[in-house]
Design a protein around this ligand. Structure first.
Ligand code: B3K
Ligand code: ZN
Length: 877
């Protein structure tokens, strides 16, 4: 157990530093066994701060020499403890020089400079630069960088850093060097360096002002055939940001590097994005449609950060959502424009409900702009990213698209080259729109998902219809009482013929956007001239991230699913029907009674499956049942066995009742055409995959044959993985084993395919802890590789039935893995802790076992502050 609890950082304690850095000159010299880093900081006193203390962060720095101006510093001149070096600096302008040694080859934390396979790369966000050299490693210190890299020329022919290459040459002893200069002042978290034996591919983009930009992607040679899609996505993103935000790229070179060892998806380092290989390498043969879509979105996301994040960055890490919420909003809009907007909205909301809502509904809940943290890496969460994007989306809804664009223009112009706050962003939107967003900003400061309950009343005599809204927000850690939120509710009123009735109201309703804005705990809205009792369609397009309840009958939901003019709400109505059905069946199961899904639901499913007016993709999402994350979030106590039994029973009922529909859809949706990734084609494949899955659940031999045949003849990974997913979900064990071993046999030299193979196995029904332990012994597994850990461990935790096995062995295994990773990669270890954080929602027995796994974790020797913070928050009342 740790001797001292790590320090908590508070937003309210933010202070500017006493010294700014105007420029840093860095020389990084890679040697086998160690790396030498020499840095020269051009310091300038911050006149608004009285202190003369120079505060530099530095972790695992083996000091060779330190110098302030002409003075060599001895240990009496500075204080260096717990990663902070402090010294006094009497002049207003000074040069600080440091020569230190670091050990990237043994850096398994994948923060700072580290080795990834045969290459070196960096990850500096949030606080990795302090593992490279002494520096005020905080985002409000923005400096220009010159970086010189020296290394063995044959092992590391490619040497990269941010900005433009300005010099290169050979050195003695088979070594060489390259010098890079980044003219844009940036915080240290955007620094990057890469050295390796990489192959590259170039493309070009001409900006709208006519500048020619070279786009260059670097990968290990065996991946050279997997780069085209990322380059195309990049060009689309560049074009989109010019068209939609008026933002142009600012350097002559934009580079992307793929790394196999990476803690997250990708990183937006200025001019030199570094990507997790899995988030950038694509080919039809190894990436399914979902993967293509994800890669396109991430490439765009990182590119968009060049403005929302790099040119305008965060003052401190509490402002993380300033860049992340905004950039997620931007990449989501980009994807909506590239493909199908309604489908994208459905995917986004399904993801929000499955991940962010549960986070907001448990011990990990925190505001979009947190008030405090121990380890900032623990706050790269769905709340900061996805809820943060919803908050930006609501601003977009409230001010309208034109003012939003004017507001973002103002924001980029006013704050270019600065480190700012979410308040600064909102202030721009207020200025251009004239709206007062003071109350709206509670979305940034209050955690928890608001509940919006709605009742209605119709008076035929006066033809008035009344909706009464009541909002509340449950207590979250550290926040018991919440004030009302501003909630934009997009709505329509459906008449019996399924069409929208005209809306007349004196409430705060915008007829152009169909948005009603609520600001009070209770709001009564009266609609006049309503000729019949309508069915309300509320929260269209999910206009606010709230949990809405309205006492719909099953028939009304089915009616909305069939008729709503809003595609999103059609989907959502059916989701509510599924959810209700499963929850009530689970209650029956618990009571030992038989389960029967409501016939109105069963009939609606057939209608949707056969509704040719709906796109394939919309049909597929409408026919997809809510997953366990959403089911769990909807109950007070999670009796997981009952939820599993109920969900399975519904699947079985739909599968067997409609086996002919599934069969005919599966067969009809086959295509011989060569693979193309677009909305139309991926929708077709998605619906075929789902139909095949249902058909196979009906147990028909013909379905197994079809799947085996689809697998064998597949010319792309989407068809192949659809076949595999269906087979793995069924109970034909021999077929499962034969396909899985064939897959590995065939693809073992392809890293991305091996990761998918691991994930599939971890997710197989009937997977056991022993099975996972065996998988972890497989040569393809590597505990030091986050992708492999995520494939197996997160894959297993998502396998609800197996992970929540009543004996609790899954929890114990997870605790063991966290303990092991605590020493190797604290950031990843801390992520895994969240898989146990909802322990209190389970039945008492499971809850106890999950909590005891957390206790085990908390008792680990030399516990990292990352894991400590997460385990302790998870266990706290
Ligand atoms: N900004 C990075 C995330 C860094 C995470 C550090 N633990 C990727 C992104 O959001 O674009
Ligand atoms: Zn981001």
């Amino acid at each position: 157990m740790r001797t001292q609890d790590p320090k908590t950082i508070y937003l309210r304690e933010y202070q500017q530093p006493a010294f700014w850095v105007e420029h840093i000159s860095l020389t990084v010299s890679l040697f086998d066994g160690y790396t030498e880093v020499s840095s020269e900081l051009t310091l300038k006193k911050n006149s608004t701060v009285a202190s003369r203390e120079l505060v530099l962060n530095g972790i695992d720095q083996d000091i060779q020499s330190l110098q302030l101006d002409e003075k060599q510093l001895s240990s009496a001149d500075y204080h260096y403890a717990e990663g902070v070096l402090t010294l006094n600096c009497d002049s207003d302008e000074a040069i600080f020089r440091a020569v230190t040694r670091i050990d990237p080859q043994n850096n398994t934390s994948l923060e700072g400079l580290y080795q990834s396979g045969s290459m070196y790369c960096t990850q500096c966000e949030a606080e990795g630069f302090r593992k490279i050299t002494f520096y005020p490693d905080r985002p409000d210190v923005m400096a220009t960088f010159t970086t010189r890299i020296e290394a063995d020329a044959s092992k590391f022919p490619v040497l990269l850093s941010n900005g433009n290459p300005i010099d290169s040459g050979t050195l003695e002893g088979g070594r060489h060097f390259a010098v890079w200069e980044d003219p844009f002042p940036k915080p240290s978290y955007l620094f990057a360096l890469v050295a390796g034996d990489l192959s590259s591919k170039d493309d070009r983009f001409t900006t709208r002002s006519g500048r020619d930009v070279t786009l260059r992607i670097f990968v290990e040679p065996q991946n050279a055939h997997k780069v085209d899609f990322a380059l195309d996505s990049l060009k689309k993103a560049m074009q989109w940001d010019e068209a939609v935000y008026g933002r142009e790229y600012d350097l002559d070179l934009f580079m992307i590097v793929a790394s196999d060892f990476f803690n997250m998806g990708a990183m937006e380092n200025k001019g030199l994005n570094i990507f997790n290989s899995a988030a950038v390498l694509a080919s039809p043969d190894t990436s399914n449609d979902q993967r293509f879509e994800r890669i396109e979105g991430i490439v765009a996301h990182e590119y968009f950060h060049n403005w929302s994040g790099n040119r305008v960055t965060c003052r401190d890490w509490f402002q993380l959502s300033l860049k992340e919420g905004f950039t997620v909003f931007r990449d989501t809009e980009f994807s909506s424009d590239m493909h199908d907007r309604a489908v994208k909205r459905i995917e986004t909301v399904a993801g929000l409900r499955a991940v962010q809502f549960p986070e907001d509904n448990g011990p990990m809940a925190h505001p979009v702009r947190p008030d405090s943290y121990i380890e900032i890496n623990n706050f790269y969460t769905a709340t900061v990213y996805e809820k943060g994007a919803e908050v930006v989306r609501m601003i977009h809804t409230l001010v309208g698209p034109d003012d939003f664009r004017r507001g973002s223009d103002l924001y980029f112009e006013r704050f270019d080259g600065q480190a700012v706050t979410t308040d600064d962003f909102v202030a721009c939107m207020e200025q251009v729109s004239g709206l007062d967003l003071t109350q709206f900003k509670r979305w940034y400061t209050q955690a928890g998902t608001p509940r919006l309950s709605v009742t209605d009343d119709y008076d035929a005599d006066s033809q008035t219809y009344r909706l009464s809204f009541h909002q509340s927000c449950p207590a979250t850690p550290g926040q018991t009482d919440k004030l009302p939120f501003v909630i934009p509710v997009k709505l329509g009123l459906l008449g019996a013929d399924g069409n929208d009735l005209p809306i007349h109201t004196s409430a705060n309703y915008n007829a152009g956007t169909e948005v009603l804005t609520l600001a009070d705990e209770t709001t009564e809205v009266v609609f006049t001239g309503v000729s019949e009792r309508p069915v309300p369609s509320l929260l269209r397009d999910f206009s606010a991230p709230v949990k809405l309840s309205f006492g719909y009958s099953d028939e009304q939901l089915a009616f909305l699913a069939a008729n709503d003019a809003n595609g999103f709400n059609r989907w959502d109505a059916l989701q509510q029907l599924y959810l209700r059905a499963i929850l009530s069946m689970a209650t029956e199961h618990r009571a030992g009674r038989s389960m029967t899904p409501p016939s109105v639901l069963v009939e609606t499913v057939a209608n949707v499956a056969g509704d040719a007016s709906l796109s394939h993709a919309i049909r597929a999402s409408m026919l997809t049942l809510p997953g366990y994350a959403i089911l769990k979030d909807a109950v007070d106590v999670v009796y997981i066995d009952d939820l599993i039994a109920a969900r399975k029973h519904l699947v079985k009922t739909l599968a067997t009742r409609y086996r002919d529909i599934w069969r005919s859809l599966t067969e009809k949706l086959s295509s011989e055409a060569p693979y193309e990734f677009n909305a139309e084609e991926s929708g077709r494949r998605q619906l075929q995959g789902l139909s095949l899955w249902y058909w196979l659940k009906a147990g028909d031999q013909a379905a197994f044959d079809f799947a085996a045949q689809l697998y064998a003849s597949a010319t792309n990974q989407t068809d192949r993985s659809n076949a595999l997913r269906a087979v793995l979900a069924g109970d034909a064990e021999a077929l499962q084993q034969s396909l899985l071993s064939d897959f590995y046999e065939h693809w073992q030299s392809d890293t991305q395919m091996v990761e998918q193979w691991l994930t599939m196995q971890a997710g197989t029904p009937g997977m056991t802890v022993t099975g996972i332990e065996t998988l972890m012994q497989h040569p393809a597994f590597d505990i030091k590789n986050p992708n492999k850990v995520r494939s197996v461990i997160v894959g297993f935790a998502m396998n609800t039935e197996s992970f929540h096995d009543a004996r609790g062995e899954g929890y114990a295994l997870l605790a063991k893995v966290v303990q092991q990773l605590n020493a190797l990669n604290p950031q990843l270890a801390a992520r895994l802790v969240t898989l146990l954080s909802d322990w209190k929602r389970y039945d008492a027995d499971r809850g106890k076992m999950m909590a005891s796994a957390l206790e085990t974790i908390l008792a680990t020797e030399s516990l990292s502050s990352n894991v400590f913070e997460m385990a302790q928050r998870a266990l706290k009342d």
